[in-house]
Design a protein around this ligand. Structure first.
Ligand code: HEM
Length: 246
């Protein structure tokens, strides 16, 4: 559980750093996404590794939960178990909702299913990057987070991720042998600070775009028109972007 959790934590940090580039120029995140997409072997290696890690993490969680129930078949007399936190009691539920969020998220931004984004067909979003027409990941994020219920769903998922990491990170170090008088206060401080920083980092993306910090609104209306034009059969290709929002 601890080792797979550690692997997923590393992914969550790396993914956050990559995504925060949306606050830079459109070319920044598009160059990064294009670099990843142009390395199919690497990206599929990471995807399969992630899938195996998530599967092992969920399997250990289910086994651990069964062991817990077996160790204490009769529930506590009080309303809440003494010494436990909300985060620790709802680890299984928060983890499963995060997994459900990731399924939606993959359909939203990786498989680009048009019916679930509340905007249109993201596969039609293209941009010009150093003379090459490539998927406009910046445009997709900017358009994707104009939709209030998408923003709300992402924020709920980030809230649950915050709760999950707050307890999970501390437990990970406990499983690895760091629960002692010297290390435990540091571990708890790290778990709290890291989960808060990750929450703020992820939440600021949908909120910042929705509330139009920066130049998102202009880019979004221009891209919406281009996407609609590209969806009409026989219309002129709209991959004129790249010079936008400069
Ligand atoms: C505001 C929050 C987030 C944003 C804006 C975001 C953005 C994105 C984007 C744009 C992609 C597609 C990349 C591409 O096709 O080039 C992606 C893929 C992905 N995201 Fe996120 N993400 C967020 C949160 C999360 C969280 C919290 C998790 C996991 C807990 C996550 C897991 C993934 C995974 C597994 C992929 C698939 C990577 C692949 O292509 O194999 N994301 N995300």
């Amino acid at each position: 559980m601890a080792l797979t959790g550690c692997g997923l934590f590393v992914f969550v940090i790396g993914h956050l750093i990559g995504n925060l580039q949306v606050f830079g120029a459109p070319e920044a995140i598009n160059t990064y996404a294009h670099f990843l997409q142009s390395k199919p072997l690497m990206i599929w290696g990471v995807r399969l590794g992630l899938l195996a890690t998530v599967a092992l993490h969920i399997a250990s969680a289910v086994a651990l939960s069964a062991l817990n129930k077996e160790a204490r078949p009769v529930g506590y007399a009080g309303a809440s178990a003494y010494g436990s936190t909300v985060g620790s009691r709802y680890m299984l539920i928060s983890g499963l909702v995060i997994a459900a969020f990731v399924v939606y998220h993959l359909a939203h931004f990786t498989a680009l299913l048009p019916g679930i984004n509340g905007v249109g067909d993201f596969t039609k979003l293209k941009t010009n990057l150093h003379g090459e027409t490539v998927p406009d990941v910046y445009g997709m994020m900017v358009l994707g987070f104009q939709v209030w219920w998408v923003v709300l769903f992402y924020l709920v998922a980030q809230g649950l991720l915050f709760m999950h990491l707050g307890h999970g990170l501390a437990s990970m170090f406990q499983s690895l042998g760091f629960r002692n008088p010297i290390w435990w206060p540091r571990v708890q401080c790290f778990a709290k600070s890291a989960s808060i920083a990750i929450f703020i980092g992820y939440a600021i993306i949908p909120i910042g775009i929705f509330l139009n910090f920066g130049r998102f609104a202009d880019y979004s209306s221009q891209k919406k028109l281009e996407m609609q034009a590209a969806s009409v059969p026989g219309a002129a290709p709209a991959a004129t972007a790249g010079k936008e929002a400069k």
